[in-house]
Design a protein. Structure first.
Length: 153
């Protein structure tokens, strides 16, 4: 049973996307993003979190964290893929011999947004998947221990 943590509208709202235009494209930080792209990354994020936490119920206390993690994954993927995955020089690129510089506020804002989403995602995933190891005292005698001398030269 898979849970739908986020919808495409959640991603559009989080990224403050404008649109859609006549071709069902949205604009985020000057980038044109197809609605199908947003939907694909939304589906990926839902699948990823379902794989991490199978059969998570909406009544589980981890559900809000899982929802935020899915939203961060989808937004990160949309921004990184739509920007070409390379943000070196804040959108500076070459068109033949001509250098195009788009070092306007969009580049810096996009980098800050990606960094914020990444930090938030790390926190959510850490809270969702922190392993816990416990021991039972009644099995203490069965635990192998080293009985030799000290290991020093």
């Amino acid at each position: 049973m898979s849970v739908t943590f986020i919808q495409i509208t959640d991603v559009q709202n989080q990224l403050n996307a404008t649109g859609p235009d006549s071709n069902n494209n949205y604009t985020v930080y000057g980038l044109t993003i197809a609605q199908a792209t947003m939907q694909a990354h939304t589906d990926y994020a839902n699948t990823y979190i379902n794989g991490l936490l199978p059969n998570l119920l909406t009544t589980d206390t981890r559900y809000p964290l899982a929802k935020l993690a899915a939203l961060n994954i989808a937004c990160l993927r949309v921004l990184v893929v739509s920007s070409g995955g390379s943000l070196t020089g804040s959108f500076d690129y070459f068109l033949g011999d001509m250098r195009i510089m788009r070092n306007a506020p969009y580049g810096a804002a996009l980098l800050r947004t990606i960094a914020g989403l990444k930090a938030d995602l790390v926190n959510m995933i850490t809270n969702l998947s922190t392993p816990v190891m416990t021991g039972d005292a009644q099995y203490g005698a069965q635990t192998p221990t080293y009985r030799g001398g000290l290991a020093s030269p």
